[in-house]
Design a binder for this molecule. Sequence first.
Ligand SMILES: [Zn+2]
Ligand SMILES: [Zn+2]
Length: 258
Amino acid sequence: MPATRPDDKQVMQALAAARGAVRRITDFALPPRCPGCGAITGEVQSFCLSCWRELRFLGEPCCSRCGLPFEYDSGEGVECGGWLSNPPAYDRLRAAVAYGEIARSVALKLKYSGRPGVAETLAHFMQRHLADEDAGAILAPVPLHRWRIWKRGYNQSALIATALARRTGLSARLDLLTRIRATPPLKGLGRRERALAVRGAFRVAERAKPALKGRNVILVDDVYTSGATANACAKALKRGGAARVDIICWARVVGGSD
Ligand SMILES: [Zn+2]
Ligand SMILES: [Zn+2]
């Protein structure tokens, strides 16, 4: 008879670790596939031609703060009207692609398969959007509520943050922020309702505060829609001592609220 019985948490963690190991093995053994549609590409971290054409990669010219694409180059450091009228708690936002059908399907693939290979692909396209100010910053994923991590076995944003850390040499702190309460789905809610739904939902772990003081943080997310979650996270990070918070995500909604 075993001396001690593992508690639920230990069992869940062991299961999650086993699932992760299986995913890593299958990632290694299978031919590289397009993360958009699943077609065999023969090349790692690349999309098939048809998905590539569908994806809208973001870049200059854009708002110097939130990265919203501009039709014309208006010069360095220009901010969009949305930022000027309602500046969020974070300092800068960048996304690799505009949210659309393929971008969404890639995000869902990572969310429900947890394949590190997909996270690597996203990190590959996100990495180029890091700013000069991000040198020496701490990478931190948008946290999931612990019940959701136990259910799924991983946090998709943490997989991306880990891949980004490996590529950039920056350090990732997966435990920096915690989600202290589960939040309802934000889809369909208005701007104020979203902000209310996530208010006070995030907190910097007490033990992480000394390491955070005066540091720059890059918050890593898969999809940015209304910004309510990212904003609540940035507020918590700044309250916890961060000097600057930049957001980097795979896809962001461009135009419209959702
Ligand atoms: Zn494809
Ligand atoms: Zn902007």
